[in-house]
Design a protein around this ligand. Structure first.
Ligand code: ATP
Ligand code: MG
Length: 441
């Protein structure tokens, strides 16, 4: 079965010569590529090897976008590349790569890969392959035609094996070879198709798009850490709102983020998530930094709210119930999408701050203001109030409280709520309660 798939992939474009496109036609001058990748290509050439800038960087340059990083493909073996560049590191188990460092820049150098997958699991997913091949082989192993363009900085020419340039002009994401076979080899390619379409405003070619719904379940076999990386790229692409909408319309959202399963039935959750995504997209597009922890906290907040409510209905006190809810949601989530621990720690802090915004008497607001995560917590509150889940008046109060001088702050303080004063006199249980206020009033 798998052999048949591979044969089909083989036939497609095998033995074909690339189209060589001169600079006058593609318009990318060598100055457009990073100094590091240019230098890597030059040095490899001088040692008698081939070297090209490939993948996302070439695609983005042709689209007039600024590439995030530059990858180089070569016929030199990783060990040889490592030997040539003093400041380099051999990395990777599944695929050996070399990272070459130039000042701040790191250029990823990979050796042309062979076209045959060596070891697959029962679904046809590639588990290991470290066998090298020719440039043609390498091109056929890439995922989409727009990602399989090879730029030669020396001659400023572009090598196009699979009509990638035509697809760029047509604004189409098209897989190389047989879509089903390629998705079975690596189901993550389905997510990648959606990500590239959203990022570039392209559509997904019909034959590339069609099998996705049927094969979506194969994503369950992909290691969660790879899924996480791909999702993070999608969410921070500046086109997260479009991307998630498309994931949903292709049937790819199930199990990736539980929230994506339920927002359709939860109008409030949808409003909240849409706001969070739009805000993130506009920050990314204007070159501002965004926090993945904040975004993931937002994506999962309505899950936390639902679990929190349930825990309270079982008779738990509000704060311990919130902590339990956060763990429940993160445990379920981590099975599918391994959100790194450093992020989940921050997400929990943001969530745990939310009930503290309701306490506006005595010294507590001052303590909260001095909290390390106050800004993120407050921005989160603003989102909640923007979506109608928290009172607008609450977010406005905190906005004003931050701006106000000392006397005005004192005047803004409210009388303690009935429960608040009592709770304060009781001994706090370390694990279940937020840290006590420490900053001076
Ligand atoms: P981005 O700019 O978002 O990083 P990219 O195209 O550079 O996009 P990478 O994940 O960095 O994406 O991969 C670099 C290149 O490696 C791709 O352009 C593609 O040619 C190839 N590639 C990456 N992942 C796969 C995959 N799962 N299957 C086949 N080829 C892949
Ligand atoms: Mg890349």
């Amino acid at each position: 079965m798998i052999k048949k798939f591979i044969r089909r992939v083989f036939r497609f474009g095998s033995g074909s010569e690339p189209r060589t496109v001169p600079k006058e036609q593609h318009g990318v001058a060598r100055e457009a590529i990073s100094q590091g990748s240019r230098k890597v290509c030059e040095v490899l050439h001088s040692h008698g090897y081939e070297a090209y800038v490939v993948g996302g960087a070439v695609r983005d340059l042709l689209l007039g976008l600024r590439p995030k990083d530059f990858d180089v493909a070569t016929d030199a073996y990783p060990e040889e590349v490592h030997k040539i560049f003093r400041r380099s590191r051999l990395i990777g188990k599944r695929f050996k790569l070399v990272h070459v460092m130039f000042g701040e820049e790191t250029v990823e150098v990979s050796t042309f890969r062979a076209r045959t997958a060596t070891e697959t699991d029962e679904h046809g997913r590639v588990l290991r392959d470290n066998i090298y091949g020719t440039r043609e082989d390498d091109a056929i192993r890439r995922d989409f035609t727009i990602n399989a363009l090879y730029y030669d900085p020396a001659g400023e020419t572009l090598l196009d094996y699979h009509n990638g340039l035509r697809d760029l002009q047509r604004k189409s994401v098209r897989i190389i070879g047989d879509a089903r076979a390629r998705y079975r080899e690596d189901p993550l390619r389905m997510l990648r198709a959606v990500r590239f379409a959203a990022k570039a405003g392209f559509s997904i070619d019909e034959r590339t798009r069609k099998p996705i719904r049927e094969l979506a379940h194969l994503l369950e076999n992909v290691p969660p850490s790879r899924v996480y990386e791909e999702m993070q790229k999608l969410l921070l692409s500046g086109h997260a709102a479009t991307g998630l909408r498309q994931l949903r319309s292709e049937g790819l959202h199930h199990g990736l983020l539980p929230l994506l399963d339920v927002i359709i039935e939860q109008p409030m959750g949808e409003r909240f998530v849409t706001l969070a995504l739009e805000q993130t997209d506009s920050r990314v597009r204007s070159g501002k930094s965004v926090s993945p922890a904040f975004l993931f906290a937002a994506l999962l907040w309505h899950e936390v709210l639902a679990a929190w409510k349930k825990a309270q209905q079982r008779g738990q006190k509000p704060i311990p119930a919130l902590y339990e809810a956060m763990d429940t949601v993160l445990d379920i989530q981590t099975d599918k999408l391994a959100i790194p621990r450093r992020l989940t720690a921050v997400m929990k802090e943001i969530w745990a701050l939310q009930p503290r915004f309701e306490q506006r008497s005595g010294r507590r607001p001052f303590g909260l203001l001095g909290h390390e995560r106050f800004r993120a917590g407050f921005d989160f509150l603003v989102l909640r109030s923007g979506s109608g889940e928290a009172p607008e008046e609450l977010a406005q109060w905190w906005e004003k409280f931050q701006q106000a001088g000392e006397a005005e702050r004192q005047a803004m303080l409210m009388a303690p709520q009935p429960g608040e004063a009592r709770r304060r006199r009781r001994r706090r249980r370390k694990s279940a309660l937020p840290p006590p206020d420490t900053s001076p009033a």
